[in-house]
Write a protein that binds this ligand. Structure first.
Ligand code: URA
Length: 232
């Protein structure tokens, strides 16, 4: 894990061949949905494990069958709230929860409209109370324009003030990081890599395409559903 020289509190995993290998598989256009979802679960698990290295630990005494020795409790690991931003964050959350098994989980659906406005519509919000000892992890695979996450951050503030706010994703565009950091400088961002740029449609380049579509299949518009929209 390494801090990006451009921003304080933005970390990537370019120094981890294992995580880069998973990213490479996710980028590959020939990777099917099953492997794509499995890749996201793996990233949730391994990035979550790496996150524990940044958490506070407490030294404790432990009795082995033979004698007393020193042990540790990673106490922040027990106080975690994971916010799952629908839809592509579901497999990421599945991996994260393997590491943070006590986590309380919130779900937010936030859909981004078309370019150039990228208007955000938030339709479903179920978030547990956030306590001062909590580490809040917002899982969203693609930090693109940053507008969804800015809105999600604004929303979760209503549920309490945590010890740390972390955004955990697969890829970020510099534009999205700038946007989030401008309004929320305290937020820490963990991604496998910061990619080059956004295209005009708001996709990250080189990226991996639409993470939700690749994990779950592209939705079809059904005319009988009046407010059908794509969730990112
Ligand atoms: N959301 C995605 O799924 N992919 C992108 O490249 C940008 C936003």
């Amino acid at each position: 894990m390494m801090e990006d020289k451009r921003w304080k509190g933005v970390y990537s995993f370019e120094d981890s061949p294992f995580i880069m290998e998973i990213l490479t598989e996710l980028r590959d256009k020939d990777t099917d949905s099953i492997s794509f979802r499995k890749g996201l679960v793996k990233l949730g698990r391994y990035m979550g494990y790496e996150l524990t290295k940044t958490m506070e630990v407490e030294k404790i005494k432990v009795e082995t069958p033979l004698e007393e020795t020193e042990g540790v409790v990673a106490k922040d690991r027990k106080n975690v709230v994971i916010i799952t931003v629908l839809r592509a964050a579901i497999p990421l959350m599945e991996g994260l929860i393997k590491v943070f098994e006590n986590a309380r989980v919130g779900i937010i659906s936030a859909s981004r409209g078309k370019a150039p406005e990228f208007e955000i519509e938030m339709k479903y919000v179920k978030v547990p109370q956030i306590k001062p000892e909590d580490t809040l992890i917002i899982a969203d695979p693609m930090i693109a324009t940053g507008s969804t996450l800015t809105k999600v951050l604004e929303e979760v503030k209503k549920y309490g003030k945590p010890k740390r706010v972390i955004i955990l994703g697969v890829l970020a565009a510099p534009e999205g990081i700038e946007r989030i950091k401008k309004e929320n400088p305290e937020v820490e961002i963990f991604v496998t890599k910061v990619d080059r740029e956004l295209n005009k449609k708001g996709y990250i380049l080189p990226g991996l395409g639409d993470a939700g579509d690749r994990a779950f299949g592209a939705p079809v518009k059904v005319s009988t559903l009046p407010q059908m929209h794509t969730i990112e």
